[in-house]
Design a protein around this ligand. Sequence first.
Ligand SMILES: [Ca+2]
Ligand SMILES: [Ca+2]
Ligand SMILES: [Ca+2]
Ligand SMILES: [Ca+2]
Length: 138
Amino acid sequence: MDRTGGSGTDSSSNDYDIDGGNDFSSLSTSYTSTKVTYTLTFDDEDHPDEWWDDFWDNWRSVQYGRTTDIESFYVTSAGINFNGIWDNDKTFAEFYGQHGNKVRSYSSGSPVYISNVWNHAMDTTNENSGMSMTTWTT
Ligand SMILES: [Ca+2]
Ligand SMILES: [Ca+2]
Ligand SMILES: [Ca+2]
Ligand SMILES: [Ca+2]
C-alpha cells in the first residue's frame, strides 16, 4: 500500500497530507543458499507533514544523492526478517519513520504490507485497515 497523494487521518488519529509521486517502482530479488532478499524501490518517501516532507527530501538528496527510497527484507528458514524496517505496530501517519526489528513466520504467498508507516516501514499485518490499498503480486 502507498499513498499516491492526498490528505486524511489514519486509524490512530494522526493527520496526513501527502504530496504524492512516491509509487512503488521496482522489486529485485537476490538469493543465497540460505536467504532470499527482496529489495523494493519507491520513487519517493513522503512525510505526512508537507513542511517536514520538503525538509526530509532535501536532506535525503544531500545525504544519499537521491530522493528515491530503497528498503529490503529477507526470508530464511527462521522466517521473514524485517530488521531495520519493521513498523513497530505503528500506523501510517506516525510522526517519526519506524525502523524496528522483527522476524515473522513465513509461508508461501504471505502478504507484506510495505507502507504501514509512511517511511515504508512494513509487516505481514496491515496497520491501516481504514485506508485504500494497492496490491502487487510477484
Ligand atoms: Ca513526494
Ligand atoms: Ca517526499
Ligand atoms: Ca505491525
Ligand atoms: Ca524508507
